[in-house]
Design a binder for this molecule. Structure first.
Ligand code: P5A
Length: 446
């Protein structure tokens, strides 16, 4: 993309309404625009990152054997009356009447809708195990929407639902989700720690939240610092293996890590003093096992191998896809702007032309642009007639991991400059070498 032809409404000033750095940077980098409280338009740059995050989530869900589908945002109140949640959900649910006076709602989550689909089409244990998921907009009329996309009213969520014959099978589905979530967050450059939590309006008493540690996080968390040494890395897991998935759960959840809702002072005191930590975290996902809560209320049953009909065991599993943009920026920025991890960056590299209009510099930039594109990479070429300082400031704000700087002086010696946004280190090299280096870096990203 050539910056002169893009739509990137960068703000020079710090927007006064933004209280935390991710919100401020998303507004300044022209990624989002508030439409009304807690509701945002995704401008091209923000939309690009949202899609990248969504794609990683899709890939990892499907790697785990989960099946994508799409359910609507508007739901009928009748299903929620069956589960009893129409009244229980409270003020966070946006209730709507259609022209015939029928009660509708903008879905805050989809347990009822998916259970209805299941009961309509599945009647035998032979069709299990089954995990269906979608990535769809949700609405929760949060009393205090704030921090931009972190606590929105309309937000993008991946929600998945497992259906199993037995509790044991459903717990395997739970463990499988935990493993797939660890992989998902690490691909985005994040460490998200599973912590014992509370079921809230979804239900069940077996649930973990995934937290990214950050001062601006809304949750208070308590943990053994040893949990921060754990990484999933590039290990290969057989998602059908009950033992392998259970071993990962054991490894990642046996040390003390809880949110304030389930915090237990007595258990916490057993953690060695020098490893006890109290901090704040951003909840980027949550997994639940709630057994037969919805299947019993809504009659979602299957015939087992013994011929008896039993309600299925279920769980649901959510990732805050739009919230993740904020979480990634909170975890990865400096005072000049965003620093995107390679896995989610909106463009792979920036090209800065120090002397727009100079024949040689323009030709070198065009050639770099074409070479990167030919390798399947997306460069952002700042081809505007601006001073070098302004171009650098924009690139730093946008946070692309790599920048190639092209100027007449370097070109005389046959070199351009390749700069890492994260370390600030620069290296001079021939343009082809810069292209090759960038291609190699991205070839190593899953
Ligand atoms: C699990 C999937 C559920 O709703 N039902 C379907 C279960 N869980 S949850 O924890 O309530 O939400 C899942 C994730 O969605 C994100 N999230 C939000 N993101 C932005 N703004 C909000 N207001 C908001 N509320 C929830 C969180 O990341 C949460 O973990």
């Amino acid at each position: 993309m050539r910056l002169s032809r893009y739509f990137l409404p960068v703000l020079k000033e710090n927007p006064s309404e933004a209280q935390i750095v991710s919100h401020r940077l998303m507004l300044r980098a022209g990624m989002i625009k508030q439409a009304s409280a807690g509701i945002y338009s995704w401008l091209p740059l923000g939309f690009k990152v949202l899609r990248k995050i969504e794609n990683i989530v899709h890939e990892e869900q499907q790697r785990a054997g989960h099946i994508p589908m799409l359910m609507p945002t508007l739901q009928s109140a009748d299903l929620w009356r069956e589960s009893g949640r129409y009244d229980d959900y409270g003020e966070e649910m946006l209730r709507i009447k259609d022209r015939h006076g029928r009660d509708m709602l903008y879905g805050p989550t989809n347990e009822e809708l998916i259970t209805d689909i299941f009961r309509s089409h599945v009647g035998s244990y032979k069709d299990l195990p089954l995990t269906l998921y979608h990535i769809q907009w949700k609405f929760r009329d949060e009393i205090r929407p704030r921090f931009g996309v972190m606590r929105g009213r309309e937000f993008f969520m991946k929600d998945g639902y497992n259906f199993d014959l037995t509790k044991e099978d459903a717990l395997h589905a739970y463990n499988r989700h935990l493993v797939s979530y660890l992989r998902t967050y690490e691909r985005m450059g994040l460490q998200a720690i599973p912590m014992r939590a509370d079921g809230g309006p979804i239900g069940g008493d077996y649930t973990h939240e995934f937290l990214v540690l950050a001062e601006t996080g809304e949750s208070e968390v308590f943990y053994d610092s040893a949990v921060t040494d754990l990484t999933f890395g590039d290990r290969e897991i057989d998602y059908d293996s009950v033992d392998q998935c259970a071993a990962v759960l054991e490894e990642f959840t046996s040390k003390y890590a809880r949110t304030d809702e389930t915090h237990d002072e007595v258990l916490f005191a057993e953690v060695p003093k020098d490893r006890q930590r109290t901090a704040r975290g951003i909840e980027v996902g949550q997994i639940f096992y709630f057994g037969t809560k919805y299947s019993e209320a809504m009659g979602a049953k299957v015939q087992g191998p013994d011929g008896k009909t039993v309600p299925v065991h279920m769980g649901s599993h959510g990732i805050g896809v739009s919230r993740l943009l904020g979480a990634i920026i909170e975890a990865s920025h400096d005072d000049r702007g965003i620093i995107w991890p390679e896995g989610v960056t909106p463009f792979h590299a920036g090209i800065v032309n120090l002397k727009q209009g100079d024949e040689e510099a323009d030709a070198a930039c065009d050639a770099l642009y074409a070479s990167l594109k030919a390798l399947g990479l997306e460069p952002l070429y700042d081809d505007r007639n601006e001073r070098a300082g302004g171009k650098f400031a924009t690139m730093d704000l946008l946070g692309l991991p790599w920048r190639i700087t092209v100027g007449p002086r370097g070109l005389k010696n046959g070199v351009v400059e390749l700069t890492s946004r994260r370390t600030g280190e620069s290296e001079e090299m021939p343009p082809e070498a810069a292209v090759q280096k960038i291609a190699q870096i991205y070839a190593g990203i899953a």
